[in-house]
Design a protein around this ligand. Structure first.
Ligand code: PXL
Length: 270
């Protein structure tokens, strides 16, 4: 029988297809894994209101039931979290990870969608910090999220990113990737990886940013796929960088508001 490699995402639905659970499941497939999903929120975008995002959290008891279904088959090879939507949902996720002795846990601490600049829900952000970071194999905050989790506020240099990574590691995450992306000034896209001992700086040229919707979710899902396949964390992150860069390059313009990545870009380039 084929050995099935299992991956799980606990995240929101992005009906526009580029981010959220849609990004995760497509990426899991590209990594040759069998994807499970527990839906936490439904996000809609309104073309009549400048693509305003509406976020509808699902009742935490229904999230718990989904996780009970999934873990009835035992722990998965690796999992990730994305948009969680409420403190109660964060608690349910914490409990499921602990009860099922789940390892290879990627926490993507989603606090905002691109283009929206208010923290979705500050209490959820704090719950992720306090309850999920101690369980994280790796956490993947963007510049904004790293500022919130570390308490440093606005980060504007590589030195700031390193300091934030160290503080976030101190909160219990075993590995931290602070994604500078296009938010950091300069002409390079810089990510800082910290494992508690050493820093690695991942750098790439900044590329045409119009087709990057879903890049953050796809990056975390790619790390999850790599870990599920047995890659060491550093290699999983390095491959995920290549994977997401190819996905951005292969992205398309959906409408006047959004350009999603194409999750199959890495495969098509080979
Ligand atoms: O990119 C952040 C994000 C995460 N999860 C869901 C989303 C978005 C942004 O649109 O819709 C479900």
């Amino acid at each position: 029988m084929t050995k099935i490699i299992k991956t799980l995402t606990i995240a929101g639905s992005d009906s526009s297809g580029g981010a959220g659970i849609q990004a995760d499941l497509k990426t899991f497939e590209e990594y040759g894994t069998y994807g499970f999903s527990a839906l936490t929120t439904i996000v809609t975008m309104d073309p009549d209101k400048g693509w305003h995002h509406n976020v509808y959290p699902i009742d935490a008891t229904i999230v718990a039931e989904q996780l009970k279904t999934i873990f009835a088959g035992g722990p998965v090879d690796a999992m990730k979290t994305g948009m969680l939507g409420s403190v109660d949902i964060v608690r349910v996720v914490e409990q499921a990870i602990k009860e099922n002795h789940q390892t290879n846990v990627v926490i993507d601490p989603v606090m905002v969608c691109k283009g929206e600049d208010e923290v979705l829900n500050p209490e959820s952000a704090h719950a992720i910090r306090d309850l999920l970071l101690p369980l994280a194999t790796v956490v993947t905050p963007n510049l904004f999220e790293a500022g919130v989790l570390s308490g440093l506020g606005k980060l504007s240099s590589i030195e700031d990113m390193k300091e934030a990574a160290r503080l976030i590691h101190d909160l219990g995450a075993r590995n931290v990737v602070v994604k500078g992306g296009k938010a950091l000034g300069g002409d390079r896209a810089v990510d800082v990886f910290y494992n508690g001992a050493d820093y690695t700086i991942f750098e790439a040229d900044k590329i045409e940013p119009a087709t990057n919707h879903g890049a953050g979710c796809t990056f975390a899902a790619a790390i999850t796929g790599g870990l599920a396949n047995g890659l060491p964390i550093h290699e999983a992150v390095a491959k995920a960088k290549d994977f997401v860069l190819a996905a951005i390059r292969a992205g398309y313009i959906f409408n006047e508001y959004v350009g999603p990545v194409f999750h199959g870009g890495y495969r098509l380039n080979r």
